[in-house]
Ligand binder design. Structure first.
Ligand code: H53
Length: 825
């Protein structure tokens, strides 16, 4: 019998009358539950399935739309996606919140009550992964035919517990229950080969290469829908999961190698077991290297399959596909595409190289030397022998060109080579990414400048046209509309809802900074958000804080360059002041809130958490200071926590050592929600300052040139310590074990490192930081002025929408236009 496709194509539409039926259907016939047996999780599941049906309709239609358009596709390759919860985000982006609420009213079900039942998707470490998630949202909202590729880690970023003041890592079992937002696409499974050796043969006198790998792993794709805001578009995030092929297993079983077969299987499947929880230090981890290739190999095969549906002439490839590399993590793609074009499709080397170079874009996210990936040549020899040959040949050709341009300059050859010779032979992945891409971009103006002038000057001189800047952004859908619904509502009431997809509209709010009634409502919303946060703090930490306290917040990964240490030293200073002067008549309570994870192997970062927690314990229980300061460390920082903290914040701490933070995106989220920034002249802080105006942000500290001069001069932190009584008092107090009575000496490594090296110039910036905080406190007393500044911050954040960033990528790098349905269809 033939299917009647006309009937199958008939779409369900979001009608509040039918939602209750869908919900009941899922609860009963999927969940097998009724009113007596349904748990809250069952209700959540039924709600999520109900909304998923509506997403799938639009997902299918989007695929048809894109296929018919024959447009060039954007392939965004990222090893990390920090998506957070999707349930509310999907409902809001579908524009279905009202229908959903009303449709389920008669059942007495309010969907918002069930959001905590969703397991958060946390397949990323921090900024880079969250940026990828914001980009997905923007690409879908802007009708761009984009696919995100990533890995489906069985365990995302670890759960952080605190035990006796120390961070303890627990596995994040996010897939323990069903993941309603993914669909397995077994039919698009691909093989990924590793190891073995390369054979040479000749055809018509031309040397050819045949890679004979030693083992194969399968990549199984799982698709997640990415719902655009209000435009009926649903894009795809395709995540790969590793599985060992059954036939392969059987062969070994039959030969009696049971143990070998099983251990190979375990080996293969560990590839996507866990996300590496350290995003910045490359320390020769072989599994990570194999993970990267697995990711790249699956994704490039999939991209090829899609391309071949459109054309069989590989010269068309760059017209049909653009592949954006999110950092160097997926940069082996360049060698992989070359391998496919040369070895499998038998294109001449130069033609293949031309195609490859035109197809890639590379985003650099850091200039920290320890984060620039270099993989030992021996890893390549063991796992990817053919790729190594390709990289060597690329290098040979490349260095020939360099030497023609720079005759006799051997030093430049050494500096630019893809291969680092000493102390260990390694492949410099950033160099590969640069020569293999049409575009190389940094993520804020200052970062892109540093990249050109200081990190990659030789490459910039050779290929100035490749280098460009794309300042990061954040999606206003999650970071204002969803996270701060009351403020979003107030804004919409005043200026209409266009801001949601055109954030520059917020400018229209400027005039309300002088409107008393508006300021009152703005303040009231902040207070309500603070109440929510105060509750959360009490639940999570047991610390009671006042609703109308000043919330001063630093939430981000714990890293020395981000200087949580300077923050807590300053808190200790304030505490000493309070104890000494006991002058706190009508000062408001100040809550210093921290959250963030430390890489499990990063000793100093873990000790900084311990210091914060120990200081918190002392200060929070000291009756002498009459609760004027509270210090809080909320464990297990994650996207959903940020969504509660940010809208309640007064002061946003963005205090990295100048030159170290490539951009930062937390800084944007806070300012968009009306927090005032205390920040160094680093990353996107500088651009935020330029937008909101110098008078509406608190900047302090050494700038990039001054830091550079200090680093090159002889910086003596010990001298600063002995000459500055504020610093001395704080360090002496820590060294006296005042905060570590029962574990004497535990903070010695921190003090020592500050006194002898102070790599991140905490002492050098301490006074400026202290003075800046004094100024802030004075200004906070004038509530009217403060609120005015907060409103102006919100009004002037238009630039930092990820829609703006993505529009720039699309126009300047990708050369892809939005795909819109023809009118009337
Ligand atoms: O990427 C963010 C930047 C931020 C930068 C961060 C980042 C990671 O999260 C991980 C690795 C890496 O090299 C860089 O530190 O400044 O805002 C997005 O661009």
């Amino acid at each position: 019998m033939k299917a009647n496709w006309d009937n199958i194509d008939a779409q369900i539409t979001m009608q509040k009358e039918s939602l209750a039926n869908f919900f009941v259907h899922y609860l009963k016939f999927f969940g097998g539950k009724d009113r007596y047996s349904a748990s809250e999780l069952d209700v959540y599941n039924a709600l999520a399935y109900t909304i998923r049906d509506h997403i799938i309709e639009k997902w299918l239609a989007t695929k048809v739309l894109y296929n018919k358009s024959h447009s060039k596709r954007i392939y965004y390759l990222s090893m990390e996606y920090l998506l957070g919860r999707l349930f509310s985000n999907n409902i809001i982006n579908l524009g279905a919140d009202k229908e959903f609420r009303e449709g389920l009213k008669k059942l007495g079900v309010d969907w918002e009550d069930y959001t905590p039942w969703e397991r958060e998707s946390a397949l990323g470490n921090g900024g880079l992964g969250r940026l990828a998630a914001c980009f997905l949202d923007s690409m879908a909202t802007l009708n761009l035919p984009a696919i995100g590729y990533g890995l489906r880690y069985e365990y995302g970023i670890f759960r952080q517990d605190i035990c006796q003041g120390y961070q303890v890592e627990e596995p994040d079992e996010w897939l323990k229950f069903d993941n309603i937002w993914e669909m397995k696409r077994i039919e698009h499974t691909v093989p990924v080969h590793f190891g073995g050796e390369v054979e040479t043969y000749h055809i018509d006198g031309v040397e050819k290469f045949n890679w004979c790998p030693s083992y194969t792993v399968l990549g199984i794709p799982y698709d997640m829908p990415v719902v655009g805001y209000g435009n009926n578009i649903v894009n795809t995030l395709r995540l790969w999961s590793a599985k060992v092929s059954e036939e392969f297993d059987l062969q070994d079983f039959n030969q009696g190698n049971y143990i070998d077969a099983v251990s190979e299987k375990v080996e293969g499947e560990t590839l996507t077991k866990v996300l590496y929880p350290d995003d910045r230090t490359e320390s020769g981890r072989e599994l990570r290297f194999r993970q990267q290739y697995f990711f790249v190999c699956c994704s490039i095969q999939d991209i090829m399959r899609k391309f071949l549906k459109e054309s069989s002439d590989f010269r068309d490839f760059p017209k049909k596909a653009v592949i954006q590399l999110n950092d160097t993590h997926p940069s082996i793609s360049i060698a992989e595409l070359m391998r496919i074009l040369v070895d499998e499709k038998h294109l001449p080397w130069d033609v293949a190289w031309d195609i490859t170079r035109k197809s890639f874009g590379y985003t650099n996210h850091t200039i920290l030397p320890e984060a620039l990936e270099k993989w030992p040549v021996e890893f390549f020899q063991r796992h990817l022998p053919r790729h190594l040959q390709i990289i060597y040949k690329l290098n040979q050709h490349f260095l020939q060109e360099v030497s023609v341009q720079n005759p006799g300059d051997n030093d430049i050859l050494r500096r630019m080579s893809l291969v680092e010779e000493y102390p260990q032979k390694k492949i410099r992945m950033a160099h590969l990414a640069i020569i293999g891409s049409t575009s190389v971009n940094g993520v804020s103006e200052i970062h892109s400048e540093i990249l050109k002038e200081q990190v990659m000057p030789d490459f910039y001189n050779s290929f100035p046209h490749k280098f460009n800047n794309k300042t990061n952004g954040i999606t206003p859908r999650r970071w204002l509309l969803q996270a701060n619904p009351s403020l979003a509502k107030l804004i919409t009431e005043k200026i209409g809802k266009e801001w949601i997809t055109d954030l520059s509209q917020l400018k229209k709010l400027e005039k309300y900074a002088d409107d008393k009634d508006f300021r009152k409502r703005f303040d009231k919303i902040k207070l309500e958000n603070k109440k929510k946060l105060a509750k959360l703090i009490e639940i999570e930490t047991g610390v009671v804080v006042e609703d109308d306290a000043i919330f001063d917040v630093q939430i981000k990964r714990i890293h020395e360059y981000k200087r949580q240490l300077m923050n807590i030293l300053h808190v200790i200073h304030l505490y000493c002041e309070l104890r000494d002067h006991k002058n706190f008549k009508d000062a408001p309570q100040r809550v210093f809130l921290f959250a963030g994870k430390a890489a499990p192997g990063y000793y100093m970062a873990k000790m900084i958490i311990k210091l914060i927690l120990n200081v918190a314990k002392v200060i929070n229980n000291d009756e002498l200071i009459k609760d004027k300061i509270k210090v809080v460390f909320i464990p297990n920082y994650k996207v959903s926590l940020a969504e509660t903290i940010i809208p309640a914040t007064d002061i946003s701490e963005q205090i990295s050592t100048a030159g170290k933070e490539a951009s930062g995106t937390g800084n944007m989220k806070f300012a968009l929600n009306g927090a005032l920034t205390i920040g160094t002249l680093d990353g996107a802080n500088i651009e935020i300052m330029n937008e909101v105006g110098k008078e509406n942000i608190f900047t302090f500290g050494l700038d990039i040139d001054e830091i550079k001069a200090k680093r090159e001069g002889n910086y003596e932190p010990y001298q600063l310590y002995s000459e500055n009584p504020n610093i001395k008092k704080v360090i002496d107090l820590i060294q006296s074990n005042f905060f570590s009575l029962h574990e004497p000496g535990i903070f010695e490594p921190i003090c020592n490192s500050l006194l002898t090296q102070d790599q991140y110039f905490v002492f050098a910036d301490f006074n400026a930081y202290m003075e800046c905080h004094e100024k802030i406190l004075q200004e906070y007393k004038n509530q009217k002025q403060w609120t005015k500044k907060a409103i102006l911050n919100v009004a002037r954040m238009g630039k930092f929408s990820s829609d703006r960033t993505i529009n720039e990528y699309a126009a300047d790098i990708w050369k892809v236009s939005p795909v819109k349905p023809k009118k009337g269809k």
